[in-house]
Ligand binder design. Structure first.
Ligand SMILES: Cc1cc2nc3c(=O)[nH]c(=O)nc-3n(C[C@H](O)[C@H](O)[C@H](O)COP(=O)(O)OP(=O)(O)OC[C@H]3O[C@@H](n4cnc5c(N)ncnc54)[C@H](O)[C@@H]3O)c2cc1C
Length: 404
């Protein structure tokens, strides 16, 4: 029994599943072997179907054109969409657009909402978020080299970013840059500023090749150079020098979305694992599923996926009730725990398929490559484990040394 299921969800989940079954899963094989740009027109058709069925922007409140799901409910939608690499994109709630939409809805001026947010919500544009830099440790992003200095009624941005997901083909990026680099409080150095991608002085140096693949479009991770890149001051998101406050706000719900998407991947991998266990004959009398090792993999995976889902939805409930700041330890816990469940389940699912598991004939190898980053982005495992352990040990009287 799913204690987190609501009546509203019971009505919507089957409709989403029908679209996945009819329009998205059947196209996957083709998508997995072609660059995104080659399949964009097919995906556009699916996005139109989603809009026609009023399933567009399910993460948004009713005021903003969504169905008003809370984080616990949307988490379960995210799980279902996560069962295909294109689920979130087809429903207009893929990262980083979803995080940027949430950020701008809460913090942007009317000008920014009209110019940048509106087209994003309609699905007419894409966006990206540029914080991490090649020359500074991204796991402690208060140390950053990019600056945005005021000159008249503009900010002039200089610096280099990398791993800006989905930059290739995006309309704008939200850049994190130091507007007060000498501030005593390191959390009050940076601001978030919108930069349209065609602005002079912004150059995509390359789409970084990852695990042997150079991805394009919304699967790209770009390195971007800003050289005297000038944007109007009105492109500032929220208040000046409050970039880190906004970044924390953006990441809380974002980690729920990611974790539930990973659980969706786990469920798909688990399904493939079980199907292989009952179909692959290894001798006259036995199938793979008769072997105790395989049974162990299936039992362990089932237990870990269930535990992960329960932890994430519990965290989502706490965020819904008291906000992301109060739930930050739970958020750290799920971030590293679920990322590792994902790795273990995918690895077992590949192993049971033997050589077939590492081919692109099935989807597992795609996820094995693409999701290794889950243990790194939005804070590496070690940073989140440290946050959790420090909080526990504080309760036992350990002095807490703040991060430098
Ligand atoms: C697929 C993917 C997508 C991404 N998308 C974006 C994006 O859209 N926008 C963006 O701005 N960034 C993005 N990033 C960057 C990501 O946020 C950073 O990679 C991450 O914050 C880690 O920073 P780093 O790579 O500089 O690693 P470092 O900070 O150099 O850390 C390296 C390693 O050191 C260890 N370590 C670091 N700190 C500690 C600590 N306190 N205790 C113990 N060990 C520690 C960890 O093992 C860590 O993996 C993305 C990354 C990936 C992989």
């Amino acid at each position: 029994m799913n204690v987190f299921l609501t009546k509203k969800l019971e009505q919507v989940l089957p409709k989403i599943k029908a679209i996945l079954d009819e329009h998205i899963y059947p196209l996957e094989k083709q998508y997995l072997t072609l660059p995104f740009s080659k399949v964009a027109s097919k995906l556009k058709e699916v996005r139109e179907i989603v809009q026609q069925q009023n399933l567009w922007n399910l993460h948004l409140s009713k005021n903003h054109g969504g169905l008003g799901f809370d984080l616990v409910e949307f988490g379960q939608i995210s799980e279902l969409l996560g069962t295909s690499p294109y689920g979130h994109y087809c429903f207009n709630c893929n990262a980083p657009d979803i995080g940027n939409q949430e950020l701008l809805l809460e913090n942007a001026s009317d000008y920014i909402k009209e110019t940048f947010l509106k087209p994003l919500i309609k699905g007419e544009s894409r966006s990206c978020f540029a914080m991490t830099e090649p020359d500074f440790a991204g796991s402690n992003p208060v140390n950053m080299g990019t600056t945005a200095m005021k000159e008249g009624d503009s900010y002039v941005i200089n610096g280099r970013k990398w791993f800006t997901t989905a930059a290739d083909g995006a309309t704008f990026t939200i850049v994190m840059a130091n507007t007060n680099p000498t501030a005593e409080n390191k959390y009050q150095k940076a601001s978030m500023i919108i930069v349209p991608m065609e602005t002079e002085g912004l150059e995509i140096i390359r789409n970084i090749s990852i695990m042997g693949e150079e991805n394009d479009s919304c699967f790209s991770h770009s390195e971007i150079q800003f050289t005297n890149c000038k944007v109007p001051i009105k492109n500032l998101v929220g208040n000046e020098n409050e970039g880190f406050k906004l970044a924390q706000q953006r990441l809380g719900p974002g980690r729920i979305h990611h974790c539930m998407r990973w659980i969706g991947i786990c469920e798909r991998a688990f399904d493939l694992m079980c199907k292989r266990a009952v179909s692959r004959q290894i001798s006259d009398t036995e199938k793979l599923g008769h072997k105790q090792t395989v049974q162990n993999w299936i039992a362990e995976s089932r237990a870990e996926i269930n535990a992960a889902r329960f932890m994430v939805l519990h965290t989502a409930k706490k965020i819904d009730e008291v906000g992301a700041k109060e739930a930050r330890i739970e958020i750290s816990t799920i971030k590293f725990y679920v990322a590792n469940v994902l790795m273990r389940v995918l690895d077992k699912a590949i192993q049971i398929h033997g050589a077939l598991g590492i081919t692109d004939d099935i989807i597992l190898s795609f996820w094995y490559r693409h999701e290794r980053g889950a243990r790194i982005y939005d804070g590496p495992d070690e940073v989140h484990k440290s946050a959790l352990a420090r909080q526990i040990l504080k309760g036992y009287g350990l002095d807490v040394v703040k991060r430098g």
